[in-house]
Design a protein around this ligand. Structure first.
Ligand code: TRP
Length: 333
């Protein structure tokens, strides 16, 4: 009886010890990885389909590269809703809280991020003109704490496509945001092209998306075609702007596939899913120890034709068969 009591007590002690031992071992294991969670701020200027595609592709690829949200990294995603003041507040918060990295989607976000920190790595995404926008001085060797991806496509390329679809363009209306440096350089390129090819550019600039409809209407009736670069402000008002152009039966050439999907007629554009993935790969290299300034800015070189057939039908334009054959995607609504 005594013996069995001693046995029971000692068994209980062993059991208790093993339970507490086990749980403290688990805590020991969990604690360091929680400490090591890297904080990544993602800042996006505005909500539009292309930027959302980029962000989703980037986060998915980061996970594939070994950086999973909620495990070894914590992602704090903030959208500025098209407001510069919000951009500043968001980036200030990222900097003050000493985040380990800022991923900035689109040019205005990147400009805000580099304005707040010169030490935290900033990986910009889809910035059309990183040098002209003051993000880096050298694409090959950016230096400092900044690098990223660019979606630069020349206006000339898009206009060559425009000429194949609607050869009789003499006047072209450029609708863009005067505060987006990413758009200004492309419109300058458009003006050069027009000059060389005996065309006239009529400009309509906006400062926020609520002005887009009226600006588009001001061009209708004055021009043979419309053009918008890869402009965030226009892209976020795209369905309305396209409606104006299509009602006036004006072919509207744009800078990105999403803008064609949203009602523009055609573009020569890059693949933003791939761009998002490339942004993540650069971010992963930096999280693994590389210096941002040592990584060259990556410009996407594969460009494809995107057409909106519903728009073509609505404005009575026939897309030549050879253009259709070359197109990567033809949207039908
Ligand atoms: N290139 C734009 C910039 O530099 C961002 C962007 C990416 C964009 N995809 C787009 C803008 C599609 C309009 C439409 O800010």
């Amino acid at each position: 009886m005594k013996k069995s009591l001693v046995l029971m007590v000692s068994l209980l002690v062993v059991l208790l010890l093993s339970v507490t031992g086990c749980s403290s071992a688990q805590k020991d294991k969990a604690a360091p990885s929680a400490d090591k969670q890297l904080k990544i701020g993602i800042v996006q200027i505005v909500e539009h389909p292309s930027l959302n595609t980029i962000r989703e592709a980037c986060v998915a690829q980061l996970a594939k590269d070994g950086f999973k949200d909620g495990e070894n990294i914590v992602i704090d995603y903030q959208n500025a809703q098209g407001d510069q003041t919000n951009l500043k507040t968001i980036c200030q918060k990222f900097a003050n809280n000493k985040y380990d990295m800022i991923i900035a989607i689109a040019t205005p976000s990147a400009q805000a991020a580099i304005g707040e920190t010169s030490t935290i790595p900033v990986v910009f995404s889809a910035c059309t003109d990183p040098v002209g926008s003051g993000l880096v001085t050298n694409l090959e060797k950016p230096g400092k704490n900044v690098t990223g991806t660019s979606d630069a496509v020349s206006a000339e390329k898009i206009m060559e496509l425009a000429k194949r679809i609607t050869p009789d363009i003499k006047t072209i209306g450029a609708l863009y945001s005067s505060s987006e440096t990413n758009s200004i350089s492309v419109v300058n390129n458009l003006k050069e092209y027009a000059k060389k090819n005996g065309m006239t550019v009529v400009e309509a600039t906006i400062t926020n998306s609520s002005e887009a409809q009226q600006a588009a209407s001001s061009l209708a009736g004055k021009v043979d075609a419309m053009f918008s670069p890869i402009d965030n402000t226009v892209a976020s008002a795209m369905p309305i702007v396209a409606q104006v152009a299509n009602k006036a039966k004006i072919p509207y050439y744009v800078g990105a596939d999403s803008m064609v999907k949203d009602g523009g007629l055609a573009t020569f554009g890059i693949n933003y899913t791939v761009l998002g993935q490339e942004t993540a790969n650069m971010a992963a290299e930096i999280l693994n120890g590389k210096k941002p300034g040592d990584i060259a800015v990556k410009t996407m070189t594969d460009i494809d034709i995107y057409i909106n057939q519903a728009t073509a039908d609505a404005i009575g334009v026939k897309i030549p068969d050879d253009v259709k054959k070359e197109a990567k995607q033809i949207f039908t609504k």
